[in-house]
Every structure is written in structure tokens, then in C-alpha cells.
Design a protein around this ligand. Structure first.
Ligand code: XLS
Ligand code: NI
Ligand code: NI
Length: 436
């Protein structure tokens, strides 16, 4: 097969002085920062659905993307050609991982059996490409939102036949992920929510979703798939309300239904924005619960109000994200998956490179800055000192759970008015700016 990106060489690292748009200025895969190679910190992944399948259509216009290797047909042959285009792209970019939905890589057939066999055929090709290049699957997932049968949900559809169909699709997708050595498996419930409460029984739908996920866990054990399951929160779009609306809602759902030990969260920046949170907040919430699994790295336009899935280029954003990751020890099975699309106006193949290079460089800068902040130590020290009244005396007893209201009342009566310290927000913001 001829090259998909014939005029583009492997992207080199040229350092901050370089003016070459097709070079990394900060991302140097093997450079060690905070005890690990950059590539091991990030575990970057290409999102197959955006890089290979997004035609760049929007609600007001057709797709604009020029993808010369793709003949636009729904054939398995075309799907196989696309596999090699994707792996060439990853290779030239120096990204080790990819993520896919079943229907991104292989066409849906006329029957479920035909869809299964299409997926098997393309999975064979993916395996060949993985073996030829050493690239790996970060996670797989099933598309339970595009086909009209899922227009009222999949695991939360009011129709049991649809539920069964979705189960069959997920069963197959987990098996294929396992066969490809996938390191995790993601559930994003784009239509697992409602369009209107006039027709919706929340209790039944959420119980069905839990039953679905329990069966998925059971099946994963049956086939010996060891990777984690991830839930990806998002508040809405395409649904009016998605049940997995944010990290806290996911945690509540997982705990209520006895699923906590089987799931981690896959957090996406733009979804956090839609939920009215910052990505930083979502990551701290997940980290506090010990379930920060993986990240869909993108960013959203603050004004448009959709999941615009833009590439992350904001150094403050990546700095905050890397601060959380460094503190929590970083990814194990997860990574930074560029769930992001080039703009409709950026329709040439080379734009895929500019987009990913920018995202990778932004994270490399974020990592270097976060590491410098941590090595400096003032920020960490301030945060821990702020809680120092809990390190001894009555505070230590509160944390140890060895006191009660009587003792606390006696303490308060004996010790007068508390002396509290300033929160120093502005000082801390200035401190961070010393490093950015
Ligand atoms: C859509 C989601 C989707 C998931 C995978 O908004 O981000 O792309 O990551 O199904
Ligand atoms: Ni996503
Ligand atoms: Ni998204």
C-alpha cells in the first residue's frame, strides 16, 4: 500500500528554538522528567474515530476532510486500508497507543452476525499492524449511540431487545479488545440518559444500566480480560441528561450498585466543562476516590456550549492536569487519548499532525512546569501547612475518629475563638506564574 502521508517525515524533536511546524519543541519522548520518560508519563493515544473517521461535518454543513487513502465506501477493504493509514500516522507522530469504537474500525453489517465478522476481519488487520509496528491498544469501546436502534439508549433503552443487542455488541467489543491486548475498556453512555422525563422511568433505566455493567464484569472475568473498565462521565449531548453526568455522579452510581471495585473513570476535559466543572476538579474528585484511570485529552470552547473536542493547547490546563497526575503516581493502564478533532476549516491531512503535535507539546510543557513546581516545594508545603491543626492534638483525634461532640464542645469552650490563617489565593496564583 502506498503511503497515506507521503510528504510527511517522522516528526523529530528539535527543541524550543525550532521554527519547524512539523517538529516537537518540547515533547522529547525519551527525556526523563520526574523519574520517568515523557512517553511513559503520557501514554498518548490517537482516537481512531476522530483521526480516521471524522469527516468534519457540522450541523450546518457536510464534511470537509480530505483523506486520500479512504475511498469513502463502507467496505471491509476500505476499513483495512484505513488501519494502515492510522498506524502510519501513529508511527510518524511517535504515538504508541490508539483507542477505537467497534464501528470506527469496521463497518456495521446488515445483521449482527455480519457486523461481528466484519469486526473480526478488521481486528486481524489491526493485530498485523500492531505486530508490525509495536503500537498498542489503550482501550476499546462499543459504539452504542450512532445506529438508529439506539436512539432511546442502549443499556437504558425502554426496549429489552435493544438492551440484548447492545449486550451482544459489548460482549464482542470486549472480546476483540482482549484479543488485541487492549489495556482497558471504556463505557461512554452517550444515550444512556433521557431526552425528556415525560417518558422516562429513571429508577428502572439506571437499574438496567447497572445490571448491564455487572454482566460485562462477569463476562470480562469469564474470558480472562484483566484490564480495567472505565466509565466516561459527560452531562449531556446527545442526551438531555446523561446518567454518568460527572465524576461525582459516576462514583455515586458505582457505589450504589456495587460496581466500585470494577471501574475507574476516564475523564474528558470538554465533558468537565459541559458539567460546569474544571478538568482539574474532575481529576481531583476521581483521584480522591482512587479511580483516576485515564484521560480523554481535549478542550472545549468556553462560549459555544457543545463538546467541540478541540486539541488541548492551554499550558495552564496541562500544568494542572500534570500536577494531579504527578501527585497520584501517574497512569498505570490509562493514558492521554486525544479525543479531539481538527476544525472543519483544517481539512488537510497535515492538519492532523499539527493538531497532535500541539497537544503533545502542550502536555510536555505542562509536565516540565508541574515538575518544577513540585521540586520547588513551596506550593505543596503551603497546602499541607494549611491543614496542620489536624496533625496533632484535637485535630489528629478528629482524623483518627477517636473523639466526639462532647469532647469537641469541651475543647471549644476551653480554647476561645479560633485563630485562622489567610487562604492566600492570590499569592499562590502568583507563585504558579513564576513557573508557567
Ligand atoms: C463523546 C465521547 C466519546 C467517548 C468514547 O463525547 O467523548 O468519544 O470517548 O465513546
Ligand atoms: Ni471521550
Ligand atoms: Ni466527548
Amino acid at each position: 500500500m502506498s503511503e497515506a502521508f507521503p510528504n510527511i517525515p517522522k516528526i523529530p524533536f528539535e527543541g524550543p528554538q525550532s521554527k519547524n511546524p512539523l517538529a516537537f519543541k518540547h515533547y522529547d519522548a525519551n527525556q526523563v522528567v520526574a523519574g520517568k520518560k515523557m512517553k511513559e508519563h503520557f501514554r498518548f493515544a490517537v482516537a481512531y474515530w476522530h483521526a480516521m473517521r471524522n469527516s468534519l461535518a457540522d450541523p450546518f454543513g457536510v464534511g470537509t476532510a480530505q483523506r486520500p487513502w479512504d475511498d469513502g465506501s463502507d467496505s471491509v477493504d476500505n476499513a483495512k486500508r484505513r488501519v494502515w493509514a492510522c498506524f502510519e500516522f501513529m508511527d510518524k507522530l511517535g504515538v504508541d497507543y490508539y483507542c477505537f469504537h467497534d464501528r470506527d474500525v469496521a463497518p456495521e453489517g446488515k445483521t449482527l452476525a455480519e457486523s461481528h465478522s466484519n469486526l473480526d476481519a478488521v481486528a486481524d488487520e489491526l493485530l498485523k499492524a500492531q505486530q508490525a509496528t509495536g503500537k498498542k491498544l489503550l482501550w476499546g469501546t462499543a459504539c452504542l449511540f450512532a445506529h438508529p436502534r439506539y436512539n432511546q439508549g442502549a443499556a437504558t433503552s425502554p426496549n429489552a431487545h435493544v438492551f440484548a443487542y447492545a449486550a451482544a455488541q459489548v460482549k464482542k467489543a470486549i472480546e476483540v479488545t482482549h484479543r488485541l491486548g487492549g489495556e482497558g475498556y471504556t463505557f461512554w453512555g452517550g444515550r444512556e440518559g433521557y431526552a425528556t422525563l415525560w417518558n422516562t422511568d429513571i429508577k428502572r433505566e439506571v437499574d438496567h444500566l447497572a445490571a448491564f455493567l455487572h454482566m460485562a464484569v462477569e463476562h470480562k472475568k469469564k474470558i480472562g480480560f484483566k484490564g480495567p473498565f472505565y466509565i466516561e462521565p459527560k452531562p449531556r449531548e446527545p442526551s438531555t441528561h446523561q446518567y454518568d453526568s460527572d465524576a461525582a455522579a459516576c462514583l455515586n452510581f458505582l457505589r450504589e450498585h456495587g460496581l466500585m471495585e470494577h471501574f475507574k473513570l476516564n475523564l474528558e476535559t470538554n465533558h468537565a466543562t459541559l458539567a460546569g466543572h474544571s478538568m482539574w476538579h474532575e481529576m481531583e474528585v476521581a483521584a480522591a476516590a482512587g479511580v483516576l484511570g485515564s484521560v480523554d485529552a481535549n478542550t472545549g470552547d468556553e462560549l459555544i456550549g457543545w463538546d467541540t473536542d478541540q486539541f488541548p493547547t492551554d499550558i495552564y490546563l496541562t500544568t494542572k492536569m500534570m500536577l494531579v497526575l504527578l501527585r497520584t503516581g501517574g497512569f498505570t493502564t490509562g493514558g492521554l487519548n486525544f479525543d479531539a478533532k481538527v476544525r472543519r476549516e483544517s481539512f488537510e491531512p497535515v492538519d492532523l499532525f499539527h493538531a497532535h503535535i500541539g497537544g503533545m507539546d502542550a502536555f510536555a510543557r505542562g509536565l516540565k512546569i508541574a515538575d518544577a513546581i513540585r521540586r520547588d516545594g513551596r506550593w505543596d508545603q503551603f497546602r499541607s501547612a494549611r491543614y496542620s491543626t489536624f496533625d496533632s492534638g484535637i485535630g489528629a483525634k478528629i482524623e483518627a475518629g477517636t473523639t466526639n461532640f462532647e469532647e469537641l464542645e469541651a475543647f471549644a469552650l476551653a480554647n476561645g475563638e479560633p485563630v485562622i490563617a489567610s487562604g492566600r489565593q492570590e499569592m499562590l496564583e502568583n507563585l504558579i506564574n513564576e513557573f508557567v
